[in-house]
Design a protein around this ligand. Sequence first.
Ligand code: HEM
Length: 525
Amino acid sequence: MTLFWLATSAPAVWIVFKLYQRAVRLRQISDLPGPPVVSYIWGDIFDLKKAPVGTVWRTWRKEYGPTYVIHEPLMEPVLVVGDPKGASHVLNNTSIYWRPDIDRSVLNLWFGESVLCSEGQNHAERRRRLNPAFNSQSIKQVSPILFDLAYRLEAEWDDRLGPGKSVVIDVSEALHGYSLDAISMTMFAHSVTASDGPNSVKALLKNISDGPSGEDTAANRIAAIVIGMCPQLLALPNPMKKWATMLRTELGKIAQEVWDIGSRNKDVGGMDARVLEVLSQQSKAGVKISKADAVAEIIGLLFAGSETVANVMGEFLYEMAFQPHIQQTLRQELLDFEAKHGATPSFTDLTASGKERLRYLDAVTMETLRCKAVLMDISRMATIEDVIPLKTPISGRNENYIRVRPGQTISIPVRDGINCDPLIWGEDADVFRPERWFEPGAAERGPGLGGILTFGDGAKMCVGRAFALAEFKIVATVLIRRFQFSLYEDESDIDFYHLGGNTVKPKVRGKESEGVRLPLRIQRV
Ligand code: HEM
């Protein structure tokens, strides 16, 4: 009887305890400004996710200032810290602020135990192991592969053009293929696009990045709420798990194969294996790296390193089509370089600093990263009580700090947030204007690398940032030098949405149900 009573009442006690903790957190920040609650059951989050980029977050920042509160389902409060000093505090105190439990559980389900879902000492060790694969020397070594892939893309689009004057291409799909091969052929000596099987890895990754829970139905919302309260339930059968299992099986096969080959060979068929190389070197030096560990890192890197870069490059091309004068100025800089040096820019030219640098390309790159950050926000959860210092006092409170309780979720808005805050970037913060990077002190204005939070900040700052920058500049210079991009008259209105794996992706306005697409008209220069 006692056992029966315990078994039936334990879940109820657990739910009451969780709700009590929530009420305490809510009370702590309940007098903060923020949008009126649209629904006590669903909170603000579902509507927020459906809104096109550039709408809701911006309105809230204008109305409530940089620090305010919004709500997840069942009134779970989320503290939005769009204050640069507060954001730095949160991102740089990794012992206090962890990635939220639900994020880590989902990442673990998708990839296994990797750098993306680890914390503390475990995270620091995993990070130390990966860092050498992504340093500048390593990226220089693999840059010829990145150039080859960019020329391959150029040739493919040239073929599509044929004898015609112009052609409309969905650039988002092509760029996805480029970025997947870029990471797999340089870090794992494997071409993902060449190995398209029945469960194509490219399609699987795309499924995950587009969001397994796709449709906004009441059933999916309830499932999200229950899983959010108890991430362990992700272990039960669910559509996300089905995809994750497929992804891990397919990528796992590749990862195991490349791990075996990579630990013996350095260079495989014109490809490289920088990650495998650094992991196996350390393994031989006595650092404990199991095959399962290596496989999880490989899957995680393929995911984190492909769709992010593809999306940012897609948005760059769209902006160039939207602002032809910026496209032309960039092209002219590249043509002038070629005329002066008798060759197109090499990797060294693209990464040069000081007088030697390609000044406008650098400015366009930084402005793209600032305005087109692929992550809407970075989430953290306080593990202990803490006080977050703020630069701008909270509206109506006149205090330049905020006290948070353990378990408090914090959202640091990046896109439409700190990266485009008028208090940091001036009244035209929302405008894509590369020239702002010629102004003195531009790179020190905000928190994070180069004054922007696109790659995060602190110990969890993006490990692949230099690699991503190299890919971006190589593709941008090869394509802009060769093609002119313009808006496709029939489908020129593109909206960007926060989708799937937390990244921003394009959809044609009025044809949203057709999924992620970015059609652009392309002509030879
Ligand atoms: C433009 C492209 C990219 C953007 C905007 C981007 C953005 C980010 C951001 C904001 C974070 C920090 C997340 C957090 O603090 O919770 C991050 C982490 C990470 N990124 Fe990237 N990323 C890009 C490209 C890449 C590439 C090319 C790779 C790998 C080749 C990569 C691998 C990772 C990994 C492994 C982490 C986790 C780092 C850690 O936890 O220590 N990313 N990225």
